[in-house]
Design a protein around this ligand. Structure first.
Ligand code: G3H
Ligand code: 13P
Ligand code: ZN
Length: 311
């Protein structure tokens, strides 16, 4: 099946009360692990590429790997730019075959965000590509941009109708208390998300797909395994999965997951080398890492996203 946009995926997800997983990809094993899980479960997929991933692996290599996954799985797969920060980057991804881009203007003033997002939407829509915008700011690290603790801000529901109508975006990422990376909540505190904001956004934009960034649950088993085999991540805490399930039943149609993939891979490789200190063939440790990603993604699809069988 050729690469598709997320338009129909989101329409179906909104109506069906489930969400599509948007998984960050950086190399072949990650793409294979994710897409093999989705194929077995017949789940629609968004594979997203950050500008860091493009710098690391090269646009063409990633596109060709994703095209290979489309052939191997015959699934509807959307290829999305994660956190595009300039018009030029979005244009380059659109020209290079992506079916969806995010323009993250959340670091700008509201009016500049509107202007930049509108410009990207005009170019993208002329080329059959859909656009995700962002209102509100998540804490944590995305590429070179680090939003420090206390400098994030929740989405203001009073702005969402104006932003969507003036920009023409196809989906909207909002900030309700999630953050990027493996340290989302303070140890000893109860993780909380602003479901009241999500509810209000949903009321103001009926039927409109909402995106949740920073949605890894920072799976405790992987964190424990990393710590057990020489790692140091004592305070890693993610978004509880019951909150993600609740969001998926509401207007959230796209749930972004990167840190859980990183943890699955790193925990597996740490354990592998602890148990096989003399091995040096990358296939030997990348194979179980790919299997761990596949198992983790399969569980997310069934237990959290609810998009199994929806391809
Ligand atoms: O939101 C950020 C994603 O986890 C991508 O991370 O920019 O390090 O590739 P990255
Ligand atoms: P996590 O760091 O929670 O996986 O978030 C990923 C993300 O939002 C990518 O845009
Ligand atoms: Zn993000």
């Amino acid at each position: 099946m050729p690469i598709v946009t997320s338009k129909k995926m989101f329409e179906d997800a909104y109506k069906g009360g489930y969400a599509i997983g948007a998984f960050n990809v950086n190399n072949m094993e990650i793409i294979q692990g994710i897409t093999e899980a989705a194929k077995e479960l017949q789940a629609p997929l968004i594979l997203q590429v950050s500008s860091g991933a493009r710098k690391y692996a090269n646009h063409t290599y990633l596109m060709k790997l994703i095209e290979a996954a489309c052939i191997e799985t015959d699934l509807p797969i959307c290829v999305h730019l994660d956190h595009g920060d300039t018009f030029e980057l979005c244009k380059s991804c659109i020209d290079g075959g992506f079916s969806s881009v995010m323009i993250d203007g959340s670091h700008h003033s509201y009016e500049d965000n509107v202007k930049l997002t509108r410009r990207v939407v005009e170019y993208a829509h002329d080329h059959g590509v859909v656009v995700e915008g962002e209102l509100g700011r998540l804490e944590g690290v995305e590429d070179e941009v680090k939003v420090a603790e206390g400098e994030g801000s929740y989405t203001d529901p009073d702005q969402v109708q104006d932003f969507v109508s003036r920009t023409g975006v196809d989906s909207l990422a909002i900030a309700i208390g999630t953050s990027h990376g493996a340290y989302k909540f303070k140890p000893g505190t109860k993780p909380q998300l602003r479901f009241d904001i999500l509810k209000e956004v949903e009321r103001r934009l009926p039927g409109f797909p909402i995106v949740l960034h920073g949605a890894s649950s920072v799976i405790p088993e992987f964190v424990e395994q990393i710590n057990q085999y020489g790692g140091e991540m004592p305070d890693a805490i993610g978004v509880p999965e019951d909150m993600l399930r609740e969001a998926a039943k509401m207007a959230v149609c796209k749930i972004n997951i990167d840190s859980d993939l990183r943890l699955a891979m790193t925990a597996t490789i740490r354990k592998y080398f602890a148990e096989n200190p003399s091995h040096f063939d990358p296939r030997q440790y990348l194979k179980p890492a790919r299997e761990a990603i596949k198992a983790m993604v399969a569980r997310k699809i069934v237990d959290v996203l609810g998009c199994n069988g929806k391809a």
